[in-house]
Design a protein around this ligand. Structure first.
Ligand code: ATP
Length: 457
């Protein structure tokens, strides 16, 4: 069942132009994907919803867009050069590669301190062919490249594996220019790259992905309280955008498994078809990053409270969300198949119907305009409505096929509202608005349509 659900989602995503395999005409590139017309619209809407809630609607958070390429010293200071590794094993027979921690987790073993010291794995066999596995070796996940024409050690650069470090190294710039006082946050959304050993589950784990991270700087001692606040924020954000509460849960990382910089980490998890998986991680990164960068750069990265004169290095609470994972979550959670169909017209009866119940504010198309025929005067009225609505929302225009089929085409891509322009519209200057989730139809005066949509989105 769960495999079928994933197959269905992957196929719908391809068929309707949400997500395509990258470089597909050349046979693709493993676990790399391109977002098509509907996918990019959905992605932009999710990013915008996050930005609106995190930056636009708050006084205490500002935005940033830092470069993907950074001075290599950043990664030395942050610990990524030494410690951003996953434990890798190869199968000696079939040559497949696995993450040792995933194999041990699957065999219900924990591996405390696994990153620091070698661990015995000889009792585990290859899950694919039963062959013998190699010893564990640590594999650094950062993509390496060279800046400039000479490929030597001095020109090495890395594609960032997280957006957070761009925020830490700009801390002083932002304190000085934005006049924000602690507690305050810096948010950014952008691409990150990790040379994952086992990417997979569609866009859940890929090597190129987008993160939406926010570093919230607080006075030490107030960090536990702020941690609770941001943890709850994560849950509220997803449920506010319609994700079912029962498909979400918190996972508290046990102390012995915390990253070197973390005092506490809680993941918001979603129940994916293959099981619970991390969606949004909330970490108390303490003063680790700022102190490391202060030490390695020789710059003073402490904060001075202007009212009390107190000087300290702030603690940081980080809610870090993957945009692609969020998109997959919204796709899965919105997906519904109705056997036999919802409509009762003879034509559509007994057909299988697919509905994506996206929240109106993230749906890739907000309104579809469906004139009953392609001719004047209906076309003129429909085009005029389009011209008004597309200044504010994504509008689709569809004038082919029966109305029932057109509704179902829109249901399948999650369009919350369809506007039908019919022959009565010529005289009563009104249209029928059909609501995706209830299938209720309402007659609305043409000059009230924008107000109607605005009230819902
Ligand atoms: P995982 O345990 O799944 O590898 P992580 O704990 O390493 O994830 P973080 O470093 O906390 O992840 O990154 C923050 C968020 O970025 C994750 O919650 C996830 O949504 C997203 N993310 C991380 N790695 C990937 C990836 N390879 N592909 C897609 N999204 C990712």
């Amino acid at each position: 069942m769960s495999e079928k659900l994933m197959d269905d989602i992957v196929s719908l995503a391809k068929r309707r132009g949400f997500i395509f395999p990258s470089s597909e005409i050349y046979g693709g590139l493993g676990s790399v994907y391109d977002y098509g017309p509907l996918g990019v619209a959905l992605k932009n809407n999710i990013r915008r919803a996050w930005w609106t809630a995190i930056v636009q609607q708050r006084d205490d958070i500002v935005g940033l867009d830092s470069a993907i390429l950074m001075n290599s010293k950043v990664w030395e200071a942050s610990g990524h050069l030494k410690g951003f590794t996953d434990p890798l094993v190869d199968c000696k027979s079939c040559k497949r590669r696995f993450r040792a921690d995933h194999l041990l987790e699957a065999s219900a073993m924990t591996m405390p301190g696994m990153k620091e010291k070698p661990i015995e794995i000889s009792h585990i066999r290859c899950p694919e062919c039963g062959g013998e596995l190699t010893d564990i070796r640590q594999f650094n996940l950062m993509f390496k490249t060279h800046m400039g024409p000479v490929e030597d050690e001095s020109s090495v650069a890395y594609l960032r594996p997280e957006t957070a470090q761009g925020i830490f190294v700009n801390f002083s710039n932002i304190v000085q220019t934005s006049r924000k006082k602690i507690p305050f946050g810096i948010a950014q959304a952008g691409k990150s790259f990790r040379n994952e050993i086992t990417p997979g589950n569609f866009i859940f784990r890929t090597r190129e992905f987008e993160q939406m991270e926010m570093e919230f700087f607080v006075k030490p001692g107030t960090d536990d309280e702020w941690f609770e606040y941001w943890k709850n924020f994560m849950m509220d954000w997803f449920t506010g955008l319609g994700v079912r509460r029962e498909k979400l849960r918190f996972y508290e990382h046990p102390k012995e498994k915390l990253s070197h910089y973390s005092k506490r980490t809680v993941d918001l998890e979603y129940e994916f078809p293959w099981g619970w998986g991390e969606l949004w991680g909330c970490a108390n990164r303490t003063d680790f990053d700022l102190k490391q960068h202060a030490q390695h750069s020789g710059q003073d990265l402490s904060y001075r409270d202007e009212t009390t004169g107190e000087k300290y290095v702030p603690y940081v609470i980080e809610p870090a969300l993957g945009l692609d994972r969020a998109l997959l979550t919204f796709l899965l959670d919105a997906y519904e198949v109705i056997e036999g169909g919802r409509t009762t017209t003879t034509e559509s009866n007994k057909e299988q119907e697919t509905v994506l119940r996206f929240h109106p504010s993230i749906a890739p198309v907000t309104v579809a305009i469906l004139p009953l025929n392609k001719k004047e005067p209906l076309m003129k009225i429909a085009q005029e409505i389009r011209g008004v609505l597309n200044k504010r929302w994504a509008v689709a225009y569809d004038d082919t096929g029966s109305i029932g089929r057109r509704y179902r085409r829109q249901d399948e891509i999650g369009t919350p509202y369809c506007i039908t322009v019919d022959f009565d519209s010529i005289n009563d200057h009104a249209v029928t608005i059909r609501v995706r989730d209830t299938m209720k139809q309402e007659r609305v005066a043409i000059d009230q349509v924008a107000g109607f949509i605005a009230g819902k989105v």
